[in-house]
Write a new protein. Structure first.
Lengths: 345, 345
DNA sequence: TGACAAATTTGGAACGTTCCAATTATCTCC
DNA sequence: GGAGATAATTGGAACGTTCCAAATTTGTCA
């Protein structure tokens, strides 16, 4: 079974040339004669040779490996799965292969996998950092000149590139839309206050309330896990208030779906009787009933863009950090209804 | 920025020992004196040394790399994302790092990524193969003695291990449960007939109809994309039949959710007025409204098991293929109602 | 045909590690 | 204090590739 490894020397012997010539063929050099090239390629097929990138990479110590790392905080969240797919598609086309690690918000795991990936010779890293990640966690990479792109979540003080979405503008657009529909009591549901993403969306919500001439009521800002279950919990709390809201801007789509579930179990129909807006535009948002009004972030597109940014940095060699903010778009569907006048039956 | 690489020789010089000693320290050998070890470790920290696994692996050509490959056909499907997370957790704990590639059912991409991973020296591969994968696609790996585990989908004739779930039993259990609730017209919705998974589930459906003394009606078997949109489409077609079904077994949860959406837009309440059963038990099944009755496959558990199987094969060296079938469990929730008598209002 | 240029091919060193056999330092015990 | 054993350390070869400078072959032209 596990036969001896076929090396470039075996090919050389079989084809009756030197290993240098074989190497030249492997690199597609134009220096080698067509007939020799054919002979060598035949031998390669014949013997089932497999190129050893590890060895190649060892020799050309200056050159970069065709490996990048990808670290995400929660792959079970389909937002990040889509992000990964976007990255994957660009990296595959560029001839890269990628390590993937899921940290599950565990900082120690994150440190370990980054270290492990470094030992394996990644030439770049895209990471959606776990909560509590510090700038120092990228110190080693930055120091070695390995470019890092922070995706989705930023880390204050880190001297690396980042690609985030315009959370402030997205939340503000949601509030503005709801206000225009006539809502005066708009809740903000879900999310943990210790992340930059939360802060940005929440600030967008507050600022837009102000711009619309509405008061901010702290009771209407209800933190909860950024999950479907968290959404159920948050809407429950909101509807038990003395004067409950008539609309909610949710931290993300999962929370929004949870809010819809919670409303239904209270016999309130989301969309017609209560307006719900999400954030992220996950794939199910379009087909859900009611279809979810949400802020479209296009995670696949974001992944592609993060990958392109990383490739640019890898190729340029200069690791000049760059901070990109991806613009965002409110997609109006059924879940926010058509206005408070028509909505209340 | 990108300073010179620190090697084991630099450490040796800094610590005043030979590179061999440093190597010994790196491997945690008990042959080295405690004080020397401390000196070396200090130098390692001091200089920011990073172990080069590529070089190490090149030397010990017999030994295996700590890298495995993971190839999935559709990472945007949360079933596979969960599978990946399960694999990841076991592999991380075992000190492995994994390549991930998403094929999107594209066979050529799949071939490319497998080849690329091989060049990078994986010591094992877990793959949920794209539609149309042939046994020959694993020939190279098998030949080189690199173990392969097929997850979720099997490939006929492939001399590699596999881990599938008991699709036949799962579908049969769903039908049996619905029959016991009094349903006589049970549809089978969604899925493409050219996969083994489809065949198994469909056969389970047919066989269980027979066991329950019900007729098989070809009109009630409606193929469609295994997605939420496919579910909407399938249920539409089903409800336009002269005598529509009162219950549906769906190819997977995505189809089931789509079916619920489709029912709602026809003002039929899934759960109370129409029974829907899914397959997979994705994470949202529990929190959806109505909570989805489905066949639990526990994709994370499946991923963990696939990873363990692969590790076993890597360590044993003998690549004796093994075919595991993971048992499966019907989780009864609200979406299948409580019986046809109470259900029809 | 001889001389020179261009095209092609080649051996050996190097990359950063591990392994082996061999060397050197340290103990132990009488 | 010295022999023998044990503990600790070490130089060099090897892994599979690429790169360099040099060697060889082929082609061109007077």
């Amino acid at each position: 079974m596990s036969r001896e490894r076929v090396t470039v020397i075996d090919i050389a012997n079989a084809a009756g040339v030197s290993k240098s010539t074989v190497s030249l063929v492997l690199q597609g050099s134009s220096l080698v004669n067509e007939t020799t090239r054919a002979k060598v390629n035949a031998a390669i097929r014949e013997l089932g040779y497999v190129y050893n990138r590890g060895a190649a990479n060892l020799r050309q110590a200056n050159a970069k490996s065709k490996i990048v790392g990808m670290v995400v905080n929660d792959l079970t969240n389909s937002f990040f799965a889509e992000l990964a797919v976007g990255i994957d598609s660009v990296m595959q086309s560029a001839g890269y292969v990628q390590f993937l690690a899921n940290t599950g918000e565990n900082i120690d795991r994150q440190r370990e996998v980054i270290a492990s990936m470094r030992e394996h010779g990644i030439s770049g890293l895209i990471i959606s950092p776990a909560r509590g990640t510090e700038a120092a966690d990228f110190g080693g990479l930055a120091n070695a000149g390995i470019p890092v792109v922070l995706a989705v979540r930023n880390v204050p003080g880190a001297r690396v590139s980042s690609l985030t979405s315009d959370n402030h503008a997205g939340a503000a657009a949601s509030v503005a839309h709801l206000a225009k529909l006539g809502h005066r009591r708009i809740a903000f549901l879900g999310g943990f206050p210790d992340t930059a993403v939360f802060t940005e969306r929440f600030m967008g919500y507050r600022d837009a309330l102000f711009d619309a001439g509405l008061d901010f009521d702290a009771d209407l800002a209800i933190g909860a896990a950024p999950s479907r279950a968290g959404g159920v919990e948050a809407i429950e709390r909101a509807m038990r208030l003395a004067t409950p809201p008539t609309a909610a801007v949710c931290f993300n789509d999962a929370v929004a779906f949870g809010a819809c579930d919670g409303l239904r179990s209270r016999k309130i129909e989301p969309g017609s009787e209560f307006a719900v807006v999400g954030f992220d535009d996950v794939i199910e948002a379009k087909t859900a009933v009611p279809a979810l009004t949400t802020v479209s972030v296009d995670p696949q597109g974001m992944g592609r863009r993060a990958a392109q940014l990383l490739l640019k940095q890898i190729n340029s060699g200069t690791a000049e950090p760059e901070a990109l903010v991806k613009s965002v778009r409110l997609v109006v569907r059924q879940s926010c209804g058509t206005g408070i006048q028509g909505g209340v039956r």
